[in-house]
Design a binder for this molecule. Sequence first.
Ligand SMILES: [Zn+2]
Length: 306
Amino acid sequence: MNTSALDVLAIAAHRDDVEQTCGGTLLKMAERGQRTGILDLTQGEMGTRGTAEERALEAQEAARILRVSWRQALDIPDGRVENTWENRLKVARVIRKTRPRVVILPYWKGRHPDHYTASKLGYEACFLAGLAKLDLERALSNQHSAFSQVASAVASVVAGEDQKSRVGRTPSPADSLGTDFGKGTTSNRTVKDSQKDLALAAEGLAPHRPYKIIYATLYCDIRPTFVVDITDQFETRFESLMAYKSQFSDQEAGRDIFPARAEIRARIEAVARFYGLLAGVTYAEPFLQKEVGLVEDVTAIPVKSI
Ligand SMILES: [Zn+2]
């Protein structure tokens, strides 16, 4: 697999979240030669429509459409994203492996608990990933062995039961490195950069902290601190969302909670147009940064005042 570091990693609770909140931005970055990635925290097993396996294939197709270089789903339970030590370690491990310069997280408030929890979990994992003295592999294996001890204790008091079938820990899909879609993107990184990355990858999990964390605010009605112009990426981003056929094609299951395709398009277009209007472009995606903006030349600040 390609072990080059990512320029941008988007982290979200569910497969298809990123396509809705910042897919156009990821595509735009890929078109500019940056390596982008998506980490989905869950696998979508609780969804009203489709299975986790179907969503995995759809997510792969969406990643291809958005020209994403790397995508992985962790094994955190769908509908139960919790900011636990173990989950922070799992996400921190991904950050050390993919070494992104920029991490996009969901905004920290919202309707769905998985979304706002993913925000805090992601932030704290970025912090942990940079701690030089934190041995992630050891910390994770300690977690697993603690789990096994509890499971064994439970098993030992279950009389007449086959212990193996009840307490065996199935291998986690999160143990794999994720899918690397190395083709289709060009990188402006130097050979020296790649060699450095390879050396770090060989080392395993060297500490890494992203330079920048930004928050995708599309699910939440707040004023963004900046928007990204996705006018040229809008149609392809919509296609990436439609790759989730199990979720968005017109069908009977869940008809009361899922709008028809034409309605989805109208809504998505209205939202993208709204954020575009704020900045004087056709379509845009909204983001928030906690830090202040730094300006070198006040005559070059975009977006017209009057
Ligand atoms: Zn979601």
